[in-house]
Design a protein around this ligand. Structure first.
Ligand code: CTP
Ligand code: MG
Length: 239
């Protein structure tokens, strides 16, 4: 099945507080969007569509210009919407009809290795209609009441941290957004509301989401140190 990647990059990045939308903030001289598109292309999908802020379409095209034609894969930039879900739908509409599998990825998770895209795509292709990359929870998690008192300790073994790209059969993604679009914070959450089972594959610590200035500092150090985590960090460096 042909795989299409949607990269949502239309947010403003209010928590990061930079003077440009988050996707255009640079690490080692390259915008976050460039890293995200490069990783997606390295997983060899049939097409990539980027949802960018409507005010910054030229900047988005410029950011990824050097990657155009890489592996002969088309990359298109389209205007995103007011909410993340609007951006997902806007970009998905532009994917070629042959793309029956859609991977939805946050540009803010710019340093996600291409292997994660490949794992998610393979699991959807192998008949799981929705798949999310996850990490185990290492901290102890407590449920508290409104006054901050501990109600109970969660069973860590049943908890996972969820990342992107999240993968879907295209019809399932569209149906989930049509019925429940405004309700969940992630796309898989909408599929859960359809009553479908959502599968998991291993995520990667490098798929961290850049949200705050501290995250950006961390990403800077990550890309600067080619030794960190061996070859996967080396693969991050702009060339
Ligand atoms: N996103 C989008 N369209 C929106 C809102 C968010 O495409 N209307 C994208 C962001 O660009 C980001 C991803 O969804 O890649 C995850 O969102 P988040 O990390 O919350 O980014 P922002 O919304 O830009 O940040 P903030 O919430 O701090 O303003
Ligand atoms: Mg947001």
């Amino acid at each position: 099945m042909a795989v299409g990647v949607v990269i949502v990059a239309a947010g403003s990045g209010s928590r990061l507080g930079a003077n440009v939308p988050k996707a255009f903030v640079t690490v080692a001289g390259r915008p976050l969007l460039w890293y995200a598109v490069r990783a997606a292309l390295r997983s060899r999908p049939a097409a990539v569509v980027v949802a960018a802020p409507a005010t910054h379409l030229d900047d988005a095209n410029e950011a990824i210009d050097a990657l155009r034609g890489e592996h002969g894969i088309p990359v298109q930039v389209v205007p995103g919407g007011a909410e993340r879900g609007d951006s997902v739908l806007a970009a998905t509409r532009w994917l070629p009809a042959e793309c029956e599998v859609v991977l939805v990825h946050d540009a803010a998770r710019a340093f996600t290795p291409s292997e994660v895209f490949e794992r998610v795509a393979a699991a959807v292709t192998a008949q799981t209609p929705a798949v999310v990359p996850v990490l185990p929870v290492v901290d102890t998690i407590k449920v508290v009441d409104a006054d901050g008192f501990v109600v109970r300790t969660a069973d860590r073994d049943t908890l996972r941290i969820v990342q992107t790209p999240q993968g879907f059969r295209r019809d399932v993604l569209l149906e989930a957004h049509r019925l429940h679009g405004s309700l969940a914070t992630d796309d898989a959450g909408l599929v859960e509301r359809l009553g479908l089972r959502v599968g998991t594959v291993p995520g990667d610590p490098m798929a961290l989401k850049v949200t705050t200035p501290e995250d950006l500092d961390y990403a800077d150090r990550l890309v600067a140190s080619a030794d960190w985590a061996g070859s996967s960090a080396a693969a991050l460096k702009p060339s």
